[in-house]
Design a protein around this ligand. Sequence first.
Ligand code: SF4
Length: 429
Amino acid sequence: MTSLNEGLIPHTAFRKHIAIVGRRNVGKSSLINAIAGQDIALVSDVPGTTTDPVYKTLEVKPLGPVTLIDTPGLDDEGLLGQKRVERAKRALYKADAAILVVDDKPGPFEDFIVNLLRSLNIPFVIAVNKSDIAEKKQQLAMDYKTFGVPVVEVAATKKTNMTELVQVLSSLMPEEEERPLVAHLLGPNKTAVLVVPVDKAAPKGRLIMPQVEAIRDIIDHGGVAVVTRPPELEETLKKLSYKVDIVVTDSQVVMDVDKVVPPEIPLTTFSILEAANKSDLTMFLEGIEALEKLQNDDCVAVVEACSHVPTCDDIGRVKIPRWIEEKLHLKLQYKFFAGKEFPEAENLEGCKLIIHCGGCVLTRNMFMRRMQLAKRLDLPVVNYGMLISYLHGSLEKAIKPLLSGGYPPATGGKTAILPGSSGVSTPFK
Ligand code: SF4
């Protein structure tokens, strides 16, 4: 969600995330050091040295900016070991690609990891490590070729074959799908007015990521972006002598902006554009429907994808619960989660809805895997922005440009009762 932190967070959403997985002591950390060309991961002969996933950001040619995720061994044992395995598995939900490191014949663990990677649609290469040790050479690469994925023999401690490994990995990376944020709703020579609140929550001297991305997307596609603050919006619209084709606003001021924007000008929010761009608008609409069925004392999970320091008027912890109570007269129980990892299933037990932040630090892959997890748990999800628009009676208007502008019409006439509509079902079309 728009917050002080959003503009300050490193651009993890633009980095490829590569998970290094395998059993304990196969040389995963050594491999990370060899790829990086420097000692950035702790290496030890003691099995299980990496107890939590460790994230290392670096530049790797030809991949560009990447985050390497050093994961604990997936064969860890005992109660603590199982916890580490769980964390390693959850770290995989962030991966765009993976390297499975092995140093012995394939066994049930390798089968398990391969199946896990396949079930998550994560492309991967198998690195047969310690290929400098004579007895390890025999047959291993051949054995692993039966998995039907590229196999590269490496010796991490001697940095042997790193270039080949990275090149193979690079060839597996899915092509970047071009997903315009707002340009597909406009086209060349069209004008968008972007409404950007500059309040206490705004980072000093800069715009936040969704705002920057929207401006870049518009000008990249030959459009015109006019940026203004909410108090100047009315005057800005009057002054413009040419047609405004869309107004995009921060969700938190959507209700004020809606009052100013003439009905003939399409209006949407940065959050809705982001939701359509990197997650699943249809699932979020289902989340709104689930919200409508909630009753007092039902439990909902508020999930944020980073652990920023909450402010006294924090959007997830304070404003959203307050608005839900004011607008829907619902007193709910809240569980709050913040951080890189999606909450574990056991912690979401009893929750009837997930209210998720905008996920500015997440790649589309990461967000979609979070949605998959929620689906598996049969938990509906809505994001902050759509929820705020809904609570302020502006969702129907704000989502319209997306539904009529080429977003997959998966809602199929889905209905939702909007506050202030006197309980009348309003089809989103
Ligand atoms: S990850 Fe979520 S909570 Fe953190 S700054 Fe981005 S939108 Fe806000």
